[in-house]
Design a protein around this ligand. Structure first.
Ligand code: OGA
Ligand code: NI
Length: 349
C-alpha cells in the first residue's frame, strides 16, 4: 500500500528545515484577526455525575438540569464523574500515548496510514494544495465494533497499548450508554430515544493526538476551528498543558485543566437529533512554544445505516424542525471540513 509522502510534525522538527510556510495562517475574518496565542478567558462549565443523571431523586433532577443548561449553551461538560475508570487507568492511557509518540520514526512508521485511509499513524490529512496544515501528529484507530478493527495499525510497542485500548473501549461503552440516556432524560424524552437512533451497529474511533512544541504559536494552529461530526466525543485532555478552546457567541474560551477526568462535547449528530437544542460547539486547539500536548479523543458515531433526524417530540409549533434526515454524515463531514465549512449547514432545512 502507498503511504503518504508528507512529513509528520515530529519529522519536520527533526529535519531542522525551519517552519514550512504551509503551517502559517494568515488572519481571516474578525475572530481570527487576533494572534492565535492571545489570552482568552476560561469557560465556566459544570461537573456532571453520570450516576446521578439516571437517578429519580431530587439530586438527579438537579443534575439533569445542570446537564441541560451546559449542553444548550456550551455543548460541553468538562468533568464527568462516576465514569467507572480510576485515575490510575486514565493515567496509563496518557502515559502509553506519550510513549508511543516518543518512539523512533521507523517504529511509528510501521503503523503509518495508507493513502485514502484515515486509520493509522500520520500527519494531518491533506486534501488540497492550498490547505493550511495543522500542527498535530496522530494515531487514528477504529475500536468498535471489534470486527472493524484494523489491528495492523495497533501499536505492539509500547507494551500494553493494545490491551489498554481494548479495555478503555469497553469502559467507554458504559459511559456512552449512560450519557445518551442522561441527555434524553434531560430533555424529558424516553431514555432510549437517542440510543435507538444511534443504533446497535454504532462505531467508535479513537484518535491519539500529539501537539509538539511550536516555534510560532501566534500563527500556527494545532487543530483548526471545527465542530465534531460524531454524535458526541469523549476527550481525555492533557493534564498539564492547555490548548483546547471553545467558541461561544463569537468569542474563544479555554477549557480549564482538570487532571484525570473526561470531557464530553456534543457533536453535529446530537445537535441534529435534539433539533438544535443541544449545541455542537466549534472548537480549536492552539499550540504551545515550550511544551508538547497530548490528548485522546473518542468519536461516537451512529451506524452507517442509521437515519439521523430530530426526534419528533422536540419538533413543535414554536420549535419547527431545523434539520433534514441524514445518513453516513461522517462522509459528508470530511468533504466540508478541510474547506473550512461547517458540515451541519448541509443538513439544515
Ligand atoms: C478533535 C479535537 C481536541 C484536543 O480531535 O476533534 O477537537 O484537545 N481534539 O485534542
Ligand atoms: Ni474536535
Amino acid at each position: 500500500m502507498e503511504k503518504p509522502k508528507f512529513k509528520t510534525v515530529q519529522e519536520v522538527i527533526a529535519s531542522g528545515e525551519g517552519l514550512p510556510e504551509r503551517y502559517l495562517h494568515t488572519p481571516t475574518g474578525d475572530i481570527e484577526s487576533q494572534p492565535l496565542d492571545a489570552p482568552v478567558p476560561e469557560m465556566d462549565i459544570p461537573a456532571i455525575d453520570l450516576i446521578l443523571l439516571l437517578s429519580p431523586s431530587d439530586n438527579g433532577r438537579q443534575e439533569l438540569s445542570k446537564l441541560h443548561s451546559a449542553l444548550s449553551t456550551w455543548g460541553v461538560v468538562q468533568q464527568v464523574m462516576n465514569h467507572g475508570m480510576t485515575e490510575a487507568f486514565l493515567e496509563k492511557i496518557y502515559e502509553l500515548t506519550k510513549q508511543f509518540f516518543a518512539l523512533p520514526t521507523e517504529e511509528k512508521q510501521k503503523y503509518a496510514r495508507e493513502i485514502g485511509s484515515i486509520q493509522g499513524y500520520g500527519n494531518d490529512m491533506i486534501l488540497s494544495d492550498d490547505q493550511v496544515l495543522d500542527w498535530i501528529d496522530r494515531l487514528y484507530l477504529t475500536t468498535y465494533p471489534e470486527d472493524q478493527r484494523k489491528l495492523h495499525f495497533w501499536p505492539e510497542i509500547p507494551a500494553g497499548f493494545r490491551e489498554t485500548l481494548h479495555e478503555y473501549t469497553m469502559k467507554q461503552q458504559v459511559v456512552i450508554k449512560q450519557f445518551f440516556k442522561g441527555m434524553a432524560r434531560s430533555l424529558e424524552l424516553d431514555e432510549n430515544c437517542f440510543l435507538d437512533m444511534y443504533g446497535e451497529n454504532a462505531m467508535m474511533d479513537t484518535r491519539f493526538n500529539l501537539y509538539p512544541p511550536c516555534p510560532r504559536p501566534d500563527k500556527v494552529i494545532g487543530v483548526k476551528p471545527h465542530a465534531d461530526g460524531s454524535a458526541f466525543t469523549l476527550l481525555l485532555p492533557d493534564k498539564d498543558v492547555e490548548g483546547l478552546q471553545f467558541l461561544k457567541d463569537g468569542k474563544w474560551y479555554k477549557a480549564p485543566i482538570v487532571p484525570d477526568t473526561i470531557l464530553i462535547n456534543v457533536g453535529d449528530q446530537i445537535e441534529i437529533m435534539s433539533n438544535g437544542i443541544y449545541k455542537s460547539p466549534v472548537h480549536r486547539v492552539v499550540t504551545n512554544r515550550e511544551k508538547e500536548r497530548i490528548s485522546v479523543a473518542t468519536f461516537c458515531v451512529p451506524g452507517a445505516d442509521q437515519e439521523i433526524h430530530p426526534v419528533e417530540a422536540l419538533v413543535t409549533e414554536t420549535r419547527p424542525r431545523l434539520y433534514k434526515t441524514v445518513k453516513k454524515y461522517v462522509e459528508l463531514y470530511f468533504e466540508y471540513y478541510q474547506q473550512g465549512r461547517r458540515p451541519i449547514e448541509a443538513a439544515l432545512i
